[in-house]
Design a protein around this ligand. Structure first.
Ligand code: NAD
Ligand code: TYD
Length: 355
């Protein structure tokens, strides 16, 4: 097992990153420090980790920085003597990548390159260091009715988001193959859970139900995604970082395929029960809208390599995970209101612009 001590988490104020920080600092076997580097875009909220910051003292450090800023990355690597990087920072939403691909090229490609190159220089001649790159199954493109993505499925991205992630994956592998740079890589299916920005399917639908707004279903609603609870994604990432083969890629998935429309009906049942709203009223909000351009039809993951090699398995059932998620959105109105109101952006101005 690798000994990982000073861990730099990029994008640790985002949905998956904030959960990863929590998973790490709650693992009693981990005695090191976590340095969270985040630019705090619209999708990042440093408040998501207030409890951790309080409980973990100087084992948790937040650095407000852009991964594209080479001088800042050099400074942070050296200041905290970083031996491990888990790279999650990204522009992450497909619809936004269709509207404005530039930011995706900048952060996902240029930012990944900047961080890789800073780490290559800082780690020259050092042993026991690791760069783990967190990526998506969307790099593999779209499946028909049958079959699964494996680690050897050729890349075939269709959206600017998935193309930018594919590009970053290639850079990470190229650094390993060219310079012997120590990497591991993971490609995961759709995550869901607390703290997900309400632009992705599940939190959009929960929020719209609570506000009695239309529930927008793209196209015929029969696109299929494989859903995994965020903590299960992160336990897999942590297992790969500790015991995965250097240079290796691992697929992570829920083995849990759902047509969007079927998932929506499941969610309506749970919200109706948990929020005590009439089910027929919620069902009447379903609205079919124009399809997303280049909309991938089906994603499904074969994660046998991860299971067989590292003994990982999913621990949260979909029913249990969806219910926990709905309850979290019901109980955390302040977090939602903050990120939707623009108050949070003002708070960033006040707290960070002077630095
Ligand atoms: P998110 O959008 O919730 O969070 C991204 C975080 O990155 C935010 O905190 C944001 O402020 C930060 N960030 C963006 N640009 C930055 C920059 N230039 N410098 C520093 N920080 C920056 O995303 P997420 O859903 O938590 O996804 C995290 C990672 O996991 C991404 O790399 C994504 O591609 C990957 N992934 C996501 C999913 C999913 O279902 N959400 C599935 C598989 C893989
Ligand atoms: P999304 O959460 O954006 O994830 P991704 O596109 O990365 O898989 O979307 C999941 C699925 O839900 C996808 O097939 C698009 C669909 N979708 C809707 O039908 N309506 C919506 O409002 C959103 C956000 C997504």
């Amino acid at each position: 097992m690798r000994k990982l001590t000073n861990i730099l988490v990029t994008g640790g104020a985002g949905f998956i990153g904030s959960n990863f920080v929590r998973v790490l600092l709650n693992d009693s076997a981990f005695k090191g420090r976590v340095i969270n580097v985040d630019k705090l875009t619209y999708a990042g909220n440093a408040n998501s980790l207030n409890d951790v910051a309080e409980a973990k003292g100087d084992r948790y450090i937040f650095e407000h920085a852009d991964i594209c800023d080479r001088a800042k990355m050099d400074e942070i690597l050296s200041k905290y003597d970083i031996d491990t990087i888990v790279h999650l920072a990204a522009e992450s939403h497909v619809d936004r990548s269709i509207e404005g691909p530039g930011a995706f090229v900048q952060t996902n490609i240029v930012g990944t390159f900047t961080l890789l190159d800073a780490a290559r220089q800082f780690w020259a001649g050092k042993e026991g260091v690791l760069f783990h790159h967190v990526s998506t199954d969307e790099v593999y493109g779209s499946l028909g009715d049958t079959g699964y993505f494996t680690e050897t499925t050729p890349y075939d991205p269709h959206s600017p988001y998935s193309a930018s992630k594919a590009s970053s994956d290639h850079l990470v592998r190229a650094y390993h193959d060219t310079y012997g740079f120590p990497i591991t890589l993971s490609n995961c299916s759709n995550n869901y859970g607390p703290y997900q920005f309400p632009e992705k399917l599940i939190p959009v639908m929960i929020e719209n139900m609570l506000q009695r707004k239309a529930l927008p279903v793209y196209g015929d609603g029969k696109n299929i995604r494989d859903w995994l609870y965020v903590e299960d994604h992160n336990s897999a990432v942590w297992a790969i970082m500790q015991n995965g083969t250097l240079g290796g890629s691992y697929n992570i998935g829920g083995e849990n395929e759902w047509e969007n429309i079927r998932l929506l009906h499941e969610l309506i049942d749970i919200v109706s029960e948990e929020a005590n709203i009439n089910k027929e009223e919620l069902t009447s909000l379903i609205t079919y809208v124009k399809d997303r351009p280049g909309h991938d039809r089906r994603y499904a993951i074969d994660c046998d390599k991860l299971k067989n090699e590292l003994g990982w398995k999913q621990s949260v059932t979909f029913e249990e995970g969806l219910r926990k998620t709905v309850k979290w959105y019901l109980e955390n109105r302040e977090w939602i209101e903050q990120i939707q109101s623009g108050e949070y952006l003002k708070w960033i101005e006040l707290n960070y612009s002077a630095r």
